[in-house]
Design a protein around this ligand. Structure first.
Ligand code: SF4
Length: 315
């Protein structure tokens, strides 16, 4: 288990590195998306091509005249019904997924920043909104993680997204395979500090659940554990919560290292608190100490290795 990761199943907007399906027949080359795709199972989708539009095509816009509609500017075609039907069918047949990586600003795929125009004054901006496919996906898969290629460039948003999808895939793998109550207990142990960084109160609730394993059927355990676990991972960790977890981990080192190393680790914690050391760096150093001091319990903690090393970045 240590050092290996379940492969999350992610829906990608097809124009992100997959196929040249944009209105101008181009593809978006995004380095991080490319790297991410190597560690996940990608389900590409282009809703606009899915409803039969050509590549290239004249651009689509959202117009807002009481309700949100998808219009092709040049032809004046109202594409809303076709796109809604395609999206409903695609999402219905999709099966289990851990997340979505969608294209920003698209009237079909944007999470929140597509521009909507007032119908009678075509170019007048009225609001920023989600694309029609994205909105339906967020409603149907409310527990999945959603991000776009722009947000993936922000360290903390990327970190949260990656933690969620890899944790979700690992939990899904456990519950979809033949598992025992002991597997759930071990899984919970491995995720203790990652859960603490997201939600100490839900960590406690999950702890109470797994301490009462004999009272639960496998079906109840699956439902209750996965609901609470997913809810916990949805909560964004704060720097203060990370600091708290890092202090707990430091607690394992302090009596095993000499005074010089103790001072070094404490000053590292200070640097993290003041922002001069990144989470990635302190995690790598703590991993190294856990290895050097043979603390298996820490080496097994997902908090220190929440996703593949190749996806770790400093900023
Ligand atoms: S943003 Fe969505 S609809 Fe537009 S080209 Fe990309 S995948 Fe297709």
């Amino acid at each position: 288990m240590r050092g290996s990761f379940a492969r999350p199943r992610l829906v990608f907007s097809a124009c992100l590195n997959c196929e040249p399906v944009r209105y101008n027949a181009r593809i978006i080359e995004d380095e991080f998306c490319k790297k991410l795709a190597e560690h996940v199972d990608v389900v590409p989708v282009c809703p606009e091509v899915g409803i039969g539009l050509s590549v290239p095509r004249s651009p689509i816009v959202i117009v807002f005249d009481g309700e949100k509609r998808l219009m092709q500017k040049d032809t004046g075609q109202d594409l809303t019904k076709r796109l809604v039907e395609f999206s409903a069918d695609f999402l219905e047949k999709l099966g289990a997924v851990d997340g979505f990586v969608l294209k920003r600003k698209s009237p079909s795929c944007a999470l929140s920043d597509a521009t909507a125009y007032r119908f009678s004054e075509n170019k007048k901006l009225v609001l920023k909104t989600s694309g029609i496919f994205a909105q339906m996906a967020m409603e149907k898969f409310s527990k999945a993680a959603f991000i776009d290629e722009f947000r993936l460039r922000n360290f903390w948003l990327r970190e949260h997204f990656l933690c969620r999808i890899f944790a979700s895939a690992e939990m899904r793998g456990m519950f979809e395979g033949g598992f025992t109550k002991m597997d759930v207990l071990k899984f919970h142990e491995r995720y203790k500090y990652l859960l603490m960084a997201h939600s100490p109160s839900l960590l406690k609730k999950l702890g109470r659940l797994v301490s009462n394993l004999n009272a639960l059927t496998l079906a109840d355990l699956t439902r209750e554990y996965s609901d609470l676990f997913t809810m916990a991972l949805t909560i964004k960790p704060t720097k203060a919560k990370h600091f708290n977890v890092l202090q707990h981990i430091y607690g394992y080192f302090k009596d095993r290292v000499n005074d010089v190393e103790k001072r070094k680790l404490l000053s590292l914690l200070d640097d993290f608190a003041t922002g001069s050391t990144s989470l990635t760096k302190i995690r790598a150093i703590f991993r190294e100490y856990a290895r050097k001091l043979h603390i298996d319990y820490l080496l097994d903690q997902r908090y220190l290795s929440p996703y593949p090393l190749e996806l770790e970045t400093d900023v």
